[in-house]
Ligand binder design. Sequence first.
Ligand code: ZN
Ligand code: ZN
Length: 367
Amino acid sequence: MDPTRPLPDSPRPGDLIVARPEGLYCPPGDFYIDPWRPVERAVITHAHSDHARFGHAHYLCTAPGRGVLLARLPGIQLDTLRYGERITHHGVTLSLHPAGHVLGSAQVRLEHGGQVWVASGDYKLEADGTCDPFEPVPCDTFITESTFGLPIYRWPPQATLMDEIFDWWQANARAGRASIVYAYTFGKAQRILHGLLRHAGADGMPGPVIVHGALTQLNAAYAGAGVALPPTALVSELPARSPLLRQALVVAPPSAQRSPWLRRFGDASDAFASGWMQLRGTRRRRGVDRGFALSDHADWPGLLHAISATGAARIIVTHGNVPVMVRYLGERGWQAQAFDTEYGDDDEAARPDPAVSAEAAQEQAAP
Ligand SMILES: [Zn+2]
Ligand SMILES: [Zn+2]
């Protein structure tokens, strides 16, 4: 082994982004991207709680992300940039580009000393109508997530999933049963609402749409940003014994499962919307009737497509299936390494336990 070659995980002189205990740091620009400890300047890729935290002195995000970020972190000192707008800070040119993950989500492009780096935050390739679609940004070094970085993860097209959700709802409504779908409150829930509206139109819905109170503020932020959502009601707005309750689609956060809030819907059918539902074991473990593999993250082909499309020679993997992705890329000629981060999983509630991951590996091995 050549002792002058840097170890895969060690920074090189001139790196535009390095991992520090506070978060991903740009040394020449003196700012952080999605830091997990309080810092002076934080560039926020998107408002999910593991990427956007309280405690920083100054925040920067995209203009379309302003409403959702303030809904989550009220009172912060926030500046915004339009997608593609450039600013220069300590000689580093910074711009934000659509990541297609949730409303306002961005990849951060940095240019300095003849190098271009892109930190992608979380991203998804298929356009879903609720946020600006992902754009590949050419760069020398690309920092990628790998939440669903195993070859088993391949999403059906969104239109197929909306068909499935709609058909399930319609069949339940005909049988006089409410349809309860658990979905992450920020991003996933609005995507289902928007997707069903686009699928059926407000007049073609099999019944009313009832949302859990946890969605109210985020739905308002999406509507405020111009995302079309169907008319929704809170359960308190319907009479307790209304027959409409048994025709309803109910969108609720995963934390509402098994809560007393559900009692008024009686004998309902339930479902979970998450990329983790692609594994049969996760649906069994959640104890729901149906699983819809709807994810706000890139699947395996999507990750590889995005990585290739940047043209980057060096790839740094931040969270998810990090060792798998680093090894896979390394074997195919990329300079691949990892950053140790504290980013989690937006769909933590649906995440498979180790037994289910073992099942995934087995399904993987099966022909
Ligand atoms: Zn996220
Ligand atoms: Zn993330």
